[in-house]
Design a protein around this ligand. Structure first.
Ligand SMILES: [Zn+2]
Length: 444
């Protein structure tokens, strides 16, 4: 029988395809053709059928779908460590927003996003959702780095570093949407910061535009109990109730944080098909509260995981947030079987893909899906023994390193090094921008 020619064949000790079956398959191989996954199966069967141009062997490696970091502010990686041990409200108002007003410009965003992408690729991430100023700059950096991104362009009623008021946010956001049409790596979403920083009228317009353009809406929602209490004082009901009235509870909604929710709100979210983005690292660090993920999933809500920005986590390692999600779920539900490692890995792959409305293309290793993949190899002796590859990656991730990453069939990380980032140029840009941040921190 004549073999079928394919671009790349990857052998791994374990393949974790996530779907249709979420379990570990030993001595499996995955075959890539152009930007898609062509086949997956036992290595001897795939090798008998395909003749690859490139054959990569990872006899001690674990192959997973590329990880999806479903919430963050990539450029804020430059503010990592610049505001520590503070509650959300003073952290934002006294620390982060004043720093941003002096620092944020296109060069700051370019350097910060590039650092974030290098870090995320180095931990197996292939898609990140970003909510930050100058998203057109993030689009360029992601494209040239061969990284997939969803840019939730920021919408505030007031003036910010990027736009003078809400009209300009919409104008620049729509221009970005037009500019990236046909770019396979970049998608756009609406990024209203939060219901307390965007007016009801603006939220109503976002709902209308989202329906017209079929674009998702990414918003910080019910991040703290104080935020919800303020909503009751101002509006006489929660922000979730306000969004529901506007018609924003629908499958396009990606609600980030959700630490303070009632059982009725959980039911309503499930019924509406809205998605929750859980950011356990940021929520714990800012003492926000605990997103009741186990109850949400039992009600049928899809949950994805995000790291949030480098200023509030301080790591963009979404595997680590997967671990935190797992541990927190056990404590929150008082059940050791809550937050199983394989469920956490599903949240940071297929859960993310569903939240982004990209389940057809992303989130699992299945023929026909885009070839977004990560191979993890042992980084230390602590990787031994390997009985359960899900537990290895989730609960002992520091013993494993992302060796290789593909985005759309193109290799973006090779032997731990970003393949399309000029590291010297990146370091020069970082030196300049870190110098600007340090100059301000020294004065304060
Ligand atoms: Zn955030």
């Amino acid at each position: 029988m004549q073999k079928i020619v394919c671009d790349t064949l990857i052998d791994a000790l374990y393949v974790l395809p996530i779907a249709p079956e979420n379990r570990a398959f030993k001595n499996f191989s995955v075959c890539l053709q152009r930007d898609r996954i062509e086949a997956i199966g036992p290595s001897h069967e795939v090798l008998a059928k395909y003749a690859p141009e490139q054959h990569l062997r990872f006899p001690d490696g674990i192959l997973t779908p590329g990880l999806i970091n479903a919430h963050g502010h990539a450029a804020m990686t430059l503010l990592r460590g610049a505001g520590e041990d503070m509650l959300l409200e003073p952290w934002l108002r006294q620390r982060i927003w004043p720093l941003e007003s002096q620092l944020v410009n296109p060069e700051f965003v370019e350097a910060g996003v590039e650092l974030a992408i290098a870090e995320m690729l180095g931990r197996g991430t292939t898609t990140f959702v970003d909510m930050y100023f100058f998203p057109e700059v993030a689009a360029q950096v992601a494209s040239r780095s061969n990284m997939r991104t969803v840019l939730a362009f920021p919408i505030f009623d007031g003036t910010n570093s990027w736009a003078r008021g809400v009209e300009e946010c919409f104008r620049l956001g729509f221009a970005l949407h037009d500019a990236v049409r046909g770019n396979p790596l970049v998608n756009v979403a609406f990024g209203p910061h939060a219901p307390y920083s965007v007016s009801r009228r603006t939220l109503e317009r976002i709902r209308m535009y989202s329906d017209e353009l079929d674009l998702p809406i990414h918003i910080h929602l019910h991040e703290t109990a104080a935020e919800v209490a303020a909503a009751h004082e101002k509006e006489g009901r929660s922000w979730i109730a306000v969004l529901d009235e506007i018609g924003l509870l629908n499958p396009q909604l990606q609600a980030v944080h959700m630490t303070t929710v009632t059982p009725t709100e959980i039911e309503r979210f499930a019924e509406a098909g809205a998605h929750v983005i859980h950011c356990p690292g940021s929520n714990m660090k800012l003492a926000d509260g605990i997103c009741p993920v186990t109850a949400m999933e039992a009600a049928g809500i899809n949950v994805a995981i995000g790291t949030d920005g480098g200023a509030s986590n301080n790591s963009l390692d979404v595997l680590h947030d997967g671990r935190l999600a797992s541990l927190l779920a056990k404590i929150d539900a008082s059940r050791a079987d809550a937050g199983a490692a394989r469920d956490s890995l599903r949240k940071i792959t297929l859960g993310g893909a569903r939240a982004l409305g990209r389940e057809e293309d992303l989130g699992s290793i299945e023929p026909g899906k885009l070839a977004d993949l990560a191979v993890f190899t042992p980084a230390s002796i602590a990787s031994l023994p390997l009985y359960d590859p899900f537990a290895a990656l989730l609960h002992n991730g520091s013993a494993w390193r992302a060796h290789s990453v593909w985005v759309g069939g193109v290799q973006s990380l090779t032997n731990g090094v970003p393949a399309h980032i000029d590291v010297d140029a990146m370091n020069a840009r970082l030196k300049t921008q870190i110098g600007r941040v340090e100059a301000i921190l020294q004065k304060s």
